[in-house]
Design a protein around this ligand. Structure first.
Ligand code: AMP
Ligand code: MG
Length: 409
């Protein structure tokens, strides 16, 4: 049986980048660039005013002050989007709005707050240095220079840079499509009242939300009936519609062979089954051509933890992301944690992290059973208790993954 590091390594070894696609810019937010972005033209394309005020020659206002105001003749008005029809000459000014092109001749803009218009004249009461309140042509981006390199994540700021640089479409690594196949005859929809022996299907929903949160595209299938034919048909469909397939439930000892047999029939190669971890021991991983298939355990906490620990890094790497792991902090565990009979496995313990006097403290989120979904909801981190540690005393240090924060390594 693999340990957690070995299992993650196997999975990441199969994390092949999806081929780049060209998408409309707005659909590419959050994705990773597969090309360099070079400015198509200067940004800004022309020198323009950073303020509402008056375009002048700095030389004309060097003596301006409250006691020695300078009077200039206003030639015309230039709003943003217009161009002055004449140059500014000594003794004159052009009224200019923010973003309007600086008229020929002018080198400086006097902001309106230090001026007084008097008919067709303007009185200026402050001396400004040459170039003040002027945005120079190309000061943000010079024509042809690379402003973003391949591999950059398109955050909102990078999306804005692409647009300003002249890119209505960009070439990126696409969203990984992740199929979600849920099994289990005991399951009913969230809106239903469970009958005898039934429970509501939580995993279809938590999985969809986790997949969306990792920036991938969830493809949720209707719950799969417990027949060989139904499982086969759902898997076949999923393989045509998705890059990664998550099966959920039915991978523990009892019914595992069923899913395994169907996948084997279909030519999938089992990379591993079972990991020395709690929760999530029955997890399985297959490949079939370029498709990656993860068998997630049905217990709701196991399902979520395995998705966090393995599916998320896999999907991120396939999308070209290089930061795959959540920030890890050392924290003091505030109560004793014992593995009991489950020694020899890494435990993922749900905790709530608090900073007190500069020190992180981790408190368990209550009972840690793999069916206690509220233990996930209360958590802000996952404490990783190593394979060979039998127990952690209250006051001892643990390493905690900060699952609410973006990956940093
Ligand atoms: P399994 O892995 O199918 O043997 O399921 C293990 C446990 O998880 C059982 O108690 C199931 O009832 C429960 N379970 C399986 N699938 C789901 C689901 N989609 N939502 C909530 N609980 C589930
Ligand atoms: Mg089941």
């Amino acid at each position: 049986m693999l340990n957690i590091e070995e299992a993650l390594k196997e999975i990441l070894d199969y994390a092949t980048l999806l081929a780049p696609v060209t998408l409309p810019l707005d659909e590419a937010a959050g994705l990773v660039l597969a090309e360099n972005v070079a400015a198509r033209g200067n940004v800004p394309p022309f020198a323009n005013s950073a303020m509402d005020g008056f375009a002048v020659l700095a030389a004309d206002i060097q003596q301006a002050s409250e006691s020695t105001p300078v009077c200039l003749h206003i030639l015309e008005d230039v709003p943003a989007g217009s161009v002055a029809t004449q140059p500014v000459r000594h003794g004159t000014a052009i009224r200019i709005m923010t973003g309007a092109p600086l008229p020929d001749g002018a080198d400086t803009v006097v902001h309106v707050e230090v001026t007084r218009a008097e008919g067709s004249d303007v009185i200026i009461v402050l001396a400004l240095k040459n170039g003040v309140n002027v945005r120079q042509m190309g000061e943000d981006m010079k024509d042809g220079t690379i402003v973003l390199t391949a591999g950059t994540v398109l955050r909102p700021s990078e999306v804005g840079v692409c647009a300003a640089a002249g890119y209505a479409t960009v070439t990126v690594h696409p969203h990984v499509r992740v199929a979600i196949l849920t099994t289990g005859r005991e399951l009913v929809d969230a809106g239903e009242v469970p009958g005898p022996g039934q429970i509501r299907d939580a995993n279809a929903h938590s999985l969809r939300a986790q997949v969306a949160a990792m920036g991938a595209e969830p493809v949720v299938f209707a719950r799969v009936a417990d027949t060989r034919a139904a499982v086969r048909s759902a898997l076949e469909q999923a393989l045509t519609q998705a890059d990664v397939i998550l099966t959920n439930g039915g991978v523990s000892v009892g019914d595992y062979d069923f899913v395994k047999d169907v996948l084997q029939e279909m030519g999938a190669a089992l990379v591993f089954w079972r990991v020395k971890q709690k929760p999530g021991k029955p997890m399985a991983f297959w490949t079939l051509g370029s498709k990656r298939i993860i068998g997630l355990p049905g217990n709701p906490v196991s399902c979520m933890v395995c998705t966090e620990e393995y599916v998320r890094p896999l999907v991120r790497r396939m999308m070209g992301q290089t930061l795959l792991h959540r920030p890890v902090r050392t924290a003091i565990l505030d109560e004793r944690y014992s593995k009991g009979v489950d020694a020899g496995r890494t435990h993922f313990v749900r905790v709530r992290l608090q900073e007190r006097e500069g020190v992180f403290h981790a408190a368990l989120t209550g009972p840690q059973g793999s069916g206690i979904l509220t233990s996930m909801a209360l958590a802000t981190g996952i404490a990783v208790i190593p394979e060979d540690t039998l127990f952690v005393e209250a006051g001892q240090n643990v390493h905690v993954q900060l699952t609410n924060l973006p990956e940093d390594h």
